[in-house]
Design a protein around this ligand. Structure first.
Ligand SMILES: CC(C)(COP(=O)(O)OP(=O)(O)OC[C@H]1O[C@@H](n2cnc3c(N)ncnc32)[C@H](O)[C@@H]1OP(=O)(O)O)[C@@H](O)C(=O)NCCC(=O)NCCS
Length: 171
């Protein structure tokens, strides 16, 4: 568990299902994540996600972002393999009613520090779709550097677009 100002980053619980559906079921969130993140986000999807992530042993890789006792979003790490095994991707979303309060920046800063302290990692990265300036700003405010524009890297919502590769190296 990590304390980040008004937020608590913690393991998911089965009892988060209702809040998870309420915050995650949003096309604007889906539009900025991989297609495996569902839209619509049903109660069944929430239960299946929580069944996989509840009570996992070992260091947490997928956090619920809790505010005032409620799960309002998610932040997690996905580890690469083989010659990229010292790299992980950081991914996050917040319920729309929580946008614009600095919460994503708090969470990204906290999980970035946690990731370098907990795992054998050299590099954290995120690929932002070109229509998502808010997320690019979150990464910049969290000390990530824009390294490249990956042209035509994304096919999302029947559109081809560029991705911005942001990364932060272990200090
Ligand atoms: C991206 C997201 C996580 C941002 O969450 P948030 O809590 O609102 O972010 P913060 O408040 O910490 O910071 C947002 C920054 O973006 C800026 N911003 C917001 N909309 C913007 C826009 N259209 N253009 C430029 N900057 C914008 C804000 O002004 C703020 O910067 P500032 O502090 O310098 O003013 C949230 O919008 C979200 O969940 N989006 C859908 C999922 C997603 O995009 N995930 C990331 C995938 S890479």
């Amino acid at each position: 568990m990590i304390n980040a100002g008004p937020l608590i980053l913690r393991r998911w619980k089965l009892s988060d299902a209702e809040a998870l559906v309420r915050h995650a079921n949003n096309r604007k969130i889906w539009l900025n994540l991989r297609d495996r993140f569902p839209y619509p986000y049903s109660e069944a999807e929430a239960r299946s996600y929580l069944a996989q992530h509840d009570a996992h042993s070992g260091a947490i890789r997928n956090f619920a972002i809790e505010f005032q006792g409620e799960a309002i979003g998610a932040i997690g790490l996905e580890f690469f393999t083989d010659v990229n095994r010292l790299t992980a991707e950081i991914g996050y979303w917040l319920g729309e009613s929580m946008w614009g309060r600095g919460f994503a920046t708090l969470a990204v800063k906290a999980v970035t520090a946690y990731a370098f302290a907990t795992f054998n990692l050299r590099r954290l990265q995120a690929t932002v779709y070109e229509w998502n300036p808010a997320s690019a700003r979150v990464l910049e405010k969290s000390g990530y550097t824009l390294e490249a524009r990956l042209r035509d890297y994304i096919f999302k919502d029947n559109r081809i677009c560029d991705a911005l590769m942001y990364a932060k190296l272990r200090d």
